[in-house]
Design a protein around this ligand. Structure first.
Ligand SMILES: [Zn+2]
Length: 418
């Protein structure tokens, strides 16, 4: 992280007391330690030398200094840090654990809100006006994106795309425009990787699918009968004429029933845009659930199960990402500082980086896996980390985790005034 932060452009004048990497690394440490507020982090400045040793921060900024410095950072400048992390995962073969249908990686994207206020705002705040009272609510949303795999709990977050005021009037427009920018960036950042984009039922319209195809991405997109009447009519017709393939697969106590057809028109206005369609029923303990997707993968009996799992894994962007950030100690919806330019967005991006590092450790670090297992929950692991961090002089994060795992003998050194 630290070497990545050295690449982030510094817009400030030359004679500054705190370097930009120190400020960024301090923001990262705030989220890595899951401090509940910037004030709590600020208290560490005078008591913990651990910030210097473990996070390699030269000079720790005060809460006010951190806000001022980070407010000026262009969020896009942090993008290479995400790229560098993914390169490391590729190099160490850890990314291979996420391979899906051959050599592709599933990417799930979705919008979420993380800040809301009636008074605090900045130029990039979205705004909602209450028609009755005229009261304005300011809020921030971002398009989060994670690499997922149906069989893995961990997710690999990619650089999120802020949703901006200019993105449109409706929620759907905003999300679509941010998704568009995200896809352009994704292609640009990782031209050598193959991605399969999975999204919910809002996304499958002609222009969006053409956009995905233009970038060379695969897709598995949820569709609903209500939103895609024409498509479902065509499929019903094909079923009557015996042109669909129907089959069942049993796995333990679960019955998977599939019905699929390749090369059907998506809708009336895009008759030349052909998609492959799969409908799926899962029966488990007498209960049946129903899903359907369109995809560019040619569906055969052999890959229908994998496509279904890929489509359903979409939820990991909510369950394993946003919900973890909101409920497992990350304080995603806390206002750490809003700033006048970029601060609110920069903090969200730094939090995503801290989450990325935690997920990579969960994926690939046996020591981290062992301490998480011992503590039983992320919240209590973060709590113990903070307690030790505050109490002992530690040399490294490894030493901190080892102390949690194997136990330690405390030593009190009283520093009474002379
Ligand atoms: Zn704002």
């Amino acid at each position: 992280m630290r070497s990545g932060f050295k690449q982030v452009p510094d817009q400030r004048a030359e004679n500054v007391t705190i370097s930009l990497p120190d400020a960024l690394m301090s923001g990262f440490a705030l989220f890595s330690l899951k401090d509940p507020s910037l004030l709590a982090f600020d208290r560490r400045r005078t008591t913990d030398n651990n910030l210097q040793r473990i996070y390699g921060i030269g000079q720790v900024p005060s809460d006010t200094q951190m806000r001022i410095i980070l407010d000026d950072v262009e969020p896009r400048g942090i993008r290479p840090v995400f790229q560098a992390a993914l390169r490391r995962l590729e190099g160490s073969k850890e990314l291979d654990k996420f391979r899906f249908l051959g050599d592709s990686y599933l990417v799930s994207l979705d919008g979420t809100g993380y800040f809301r206020s009636q008074t605090i705002h900045c130029p990039s705040c979205l705004q909602k006006v209450n028609k009755r009272t005229g009261e304005v609510t300011y809020y921030h949303q971002l398009m989060g994106a994670v690499i997922i795999h149906p069989n893995r709990r961990e997710v690999i977050p990619l650089m999120p795309e802020p949703i901006l005021k200019q993105d449109g009037e409706s929620k759907n427009d905003c999300e679509r425009n941010a998704a568009k920018r995200f896809l352009v960036q994704l292609k640009q950042d990782y031209p050598h990787l193959s991605f399969t984009i999975t999204e919910d039922a809002l996304s499958p319209n002609g222009p969006h699918i053409r956009e995905l195809m233009r970038h060379g991405f695969h897709y598995i997109l949820g569709v609903k009968e209500g939103d895609h009447e024409y498509l479902f009519e065509q499929v019903a017709l094909a079923r009557q004429e015996g042109r669909t393939t129907e089959f069942e697969q049993r796995e333990g106590g679960v019955v998977h029933r599939f019905s699929f057809i390749n090369q059907v028109p998506l809708n009336k206005s895009n008759p030349e845009l052909l998609v492959n369609f799969v409908e799926y029923w899962e029966t488990k303990k007498g209960k049946t659930r129903h899903f359907s997707w369109v995809t560019d993968f040619t569906i055969v009996k052999l890959n229908a199960l994998a496509i279904m799992h890929g489509g359903r894994a979409r939820w990991k962007v909510e369950n394993e990402t946003f919900n973890t950030l909101k409920n497992q100690g990350y304080h995603f919806e806390h206002n750490f500082g809003h700033g006048e330019k970029n601060l609110c967005v920069v903090f969200a991006v730094l939090m995503m980086l801290a989450f990325l590092v935690d997920q990579v450790q969960q994926l690939a670090c046996e020591l981290f896996q062992a301490v998480l297992n011992k503590k039983g929950s992320k919240r209590s692991l973060w709590e113990e980390m903070r307690a030790l961090f505050h109490t002992f002089e530690l040399q490294s994060m490894t030493q901190l985790f080892q102390a949690i795992l194997y136990g330690f003998k405390g030593q009190i050194t009283i520093l009474a005034p002379p």
